[in-house]
Design a protein around this ligand. Structure first.
Ligand code: HEC
Length: 239
């Protein structure tokens, strides 16, 4: 009985559609309501280092509204056939103005950005190819910490303080499993898997450098960045 009603109703509707001219307006109303469900993006590219991230971080394709560091919408960035990425993010709310590949925490707060692009909603799926991106955890330490705060003294110019080069092509070899001159206990700069046995951690988080003539303890104040270094070390200090 019910089904019968529905069949009749759809028949009626179909008939109505046929008789209503396309510029009648109703059909456009439908399209508008689809648009309100949000825009969509298809993102492709090649991404390396995805699997070097510790738990607690999610690597996502996400949409952000102006001035808001919490993602409005996000989808995990999974790789297929090695490093290829092909992700569709749909239902993007209209307040989203920026699309990013980034690392977020469990509260969806943006921590580190690997790729960003302005976004305005459009009718068709927006296609973006990001080319090749290195989004590894160590690369993130390099670009967000060493390059910004350390290389000005450690290797960016012609010399490096205490011979410690923290530039992109040198930092890994200079730090991982290498004993630190200035560590009273002869601790390595970085001991994979052991934050407490990593001098880099103590230089950034304690006043061990106070009597070096160059206090390092306040150089990094962002807890996200300090956590990143610790988590990178704890997770095996992968290259
Ligand atoms: C303004 C210059 C300057 C900046 C910026 C700087 N350092 Fe240093 N750093 C020094 C100096 C100078 C020494 C050596 C002190 C000495 O020889 O007594 C040093 C020593 C060190 C040591 C100990 C080296 C050893 O052989 O034991 C580490 C580790 C270190 N810095 C890490 C960093 C990190 C990480 C950053 C960025 C967050 C950084 N430094 C930023 C000047 C700087």
């Amino acid at each position: 009985m019910k089904r019968n009603m529905i069949t009749r109703l759809s028949a009626l509707l179909c008939a109505a559609c046929l008789t209503i001219a396309c510029d009648d307006g109703r059909i456009y109303e439908e399209v508008t309501s689809v648009q309100r469900e949000g825009g969509s993006i298809r993102l492709t590219g090649h991404v390396t280092g995805r699997d070097t991230w510790a738990s607690g971080y999610s690597i996502v394709l996400a949409g952000f509204a102006d001035g808001n560091e919490y993602a409005q919408t996000a989808k995990g960035l999974t790789t297929v056939n090695g490093d290829s990425v092909d992700v569709v993010l749909s239902g993007i709310p209209s307040e989203v103005t920026q699309i990013e590949i980034c690392a977020i925490n469990r509260l969806r707060k943006r921590l580190f950005t690997f790729y960003a692009s302005d976004y305005t909603e459009q009718e068709d799926t927006l296609r973006i190819d990001v080319g090749s991106l290195d989004i590894g955890m160590y690369t993130t330490v390099q670009t967000n910490l060493f390059d910004r705060t350390c290389t000005s003294c450690h290797g960016g110019s012609t010399s490096a303080a205490r011979g410690l080069y923290l530039t992109a092509d040198s930092s890994y070899k200079a730090l991982v499993n290498v004993p630190a001159d200035l560590s009273p206990e002869g601790m390595p700069f970085v001991t994979p898997g052991d934050v407490e046995q990593s001098f880099l951690h103590h230089v950034l988080n304690s006043d061990v450098s106070a009597d070096w003539g160059m206090d390092h303890s306040d150089m990094v104040t962002s807890s996200d960045l300090l956590n990143l270094v610790d988590d990178w070390i704890a997770n095996g200090a992968k290259e």
